[in-house]
Write a protein that binds this ligand. Structure first.
Ligand SMILES: Nc1nc2c(ncn2[C@@H]2O[C@H](COP(=O)(O)OP(=O)(O)OP(=O)(O)O)[C@@H](O)[C@H]2O)c(=O)[nH]1
Length: 362
């Protein structure tokens, strides 16, 4: 039924600013035309109240006219005005026609949700101001008449109908709120992933590495647990670019990143530091174990082909000390890497105060 109703409607994706307005217009026109049709028939054939039947029939025709206009033009702003004015006008007409009696004024509480949702804050406030001024005028008339206000069947129906309308409107509002929240959360997660991912390799990038390193160092100091850092650099990578082209160099980096990902232990944090350099953070790890892990990595990489080519890596290792900051720790690992490069490459070198481990096939 709803699918058929929305067949000719302006189609907006759920994230679009007019999506929910269009849906409120559609739902309101569907409900109002059904509601007014039923009331028209009841007033003609059951209550034989032709005055109300005329009012209800105008509501029915107005709903269908707005629907036809909206289907033809897809003008959301004009349709929003039309629906708000229709709802407001019919409510005020109804309240005025019964002189504000039979609790008919409760219908006026439906005006703000429509006006604000469809027209926004400023125009919504304006419509509400005018509508409630008219209501105040009607109430003033009641006070002048000084007739006793009773709660009969008519009042009961008014209260029940308005309550149902409010429940539907609140459901609608909640639907828009939670859907907007879900979309925002999904978009934030996507932006977050993009912000911390290296585009080429899909590993964590430098920004994420800096933040994570800071956290790990703080945690390690606080818990007094060992923590190591490895810097890894591809040997003679420039030659790969020069000999096989930059694209081949890219493929090598992607394949190397994939290999490192599978070779790293669970709980270790791997990131691309930049260019052909990678960093691995090893929480809860002593330097001796870190060196073993590094040596295993070096051997595994040396035994593989990347885009059809063999390559080797050099690694520098350092363990967090009591007086270390992230900077001093990285500096020591970087110096160790420098040593590895300048003592022949394809090897693991640990920071200065510990004996270095040399490559097996050096
Ligand atoms: N294909 C490709 N090349 C890159 C990328 N980032 C950096 N490079 C290249 O990596 C090369 C690094 O060269 P160098 O710093 O001289 O180091 P190397 O040739 O590996 O020599 P050593 O590190 O001393 O063993 C440069 O040619 C950069 O252009 C990248 O994302 N893709």
């Amino acid at each position: 039924m709803l699918k058929y109703w929305y067949k000719d409607f302006a189609q907006y994706p759920p994230g679009h600013r007019d999506y929910w307005r269009t849906r409120l217009i559609g739902h309101t026109l569907l409900l109002s035309s059904t509601f007014f049709l039923v009331l028209t028939l009841l007033n003609i054939f059951y209550f034989e109240s032709y005055e109300y039947a005329t009012l209800d029939a105008s509501g029915f025709l107005l709903s269908l006219s707005i629907l036809a206009f909206f289907n033809r033009t897809a003008n959301v702003n004009l349709a929003s005005w039309a629906v708000t004015l229709m709802v407001t006008g019919l409510i005020l007409l109804f309240v005025a026609s019964v002189g504000g009696y039979a609790h008919s004024l409760v219908w006026a509480t439906l005006i703000p949700p429509f006006a604000f949702f469809l027209l926004g804050r400023q125009r919504g406030s304006l419509v509400c101001l005018v509508a409630f001024a008219v209501c105040a005028y009607i109430v003033y008339g009641q006070i002048q008449e000084a007739k006793p206000v009773t709660f009969g069947m008519g009042a009961l129906f008014n209260v029940i109908e308005v309550s149902i309308a409010h429940i539907l409107l609140f459901r609608f509002y909640e639907g828009t709120r939670s859907s907007a929240y879900r979309q925002l959360a999904a978009r934030n997660a996507k932006i977050q992933t993009l912000a911390e991912t290296d585009k080429l390799t899909g590993l964590y990038n430098r920004e994420k590495l800096d933040i994570t390193l800071e956290e790990y160092v703080l945690l390690s100091h606080h818990r007094q647990t060992p923590f190591c850092l490895l810097i890894l650099d591809v040997d003679y990578f420039k030659q790969i670019n020069d000999a096989h082209g930059h694209l081949s160099g890219d493929r090598v980096l992607v394949q190397l990143a994939d290999s490192l990902k599978t070779l790293c232990r669970e709980g270790d944090f791997l990131a691309r530091w930049g260019g052909e350099e990678f960093v691995i953070l090893l929480p809860e790890t002593q330097l001796s174990l870190c060196i073993k892990v590094a040596e295993q990595l070096r051997q595994d990489i040396a035994g593989q082909k990347f885009d059809g080519q063999s390559l080797t890596i050099s690694l520098g290792a350092a363990q967090l000390r009591e007086d270390d900051t992230t900077k001093t720790l990285v500096n020591r690992a970087d110096n160790a890497l420098y040593q590895a490069k300048h003592t022949g490459r394809n090897r693991v070198v640990a920071e200065a105060s510990t004996p270095s481990v040399r490559a097996v096939n050096d």
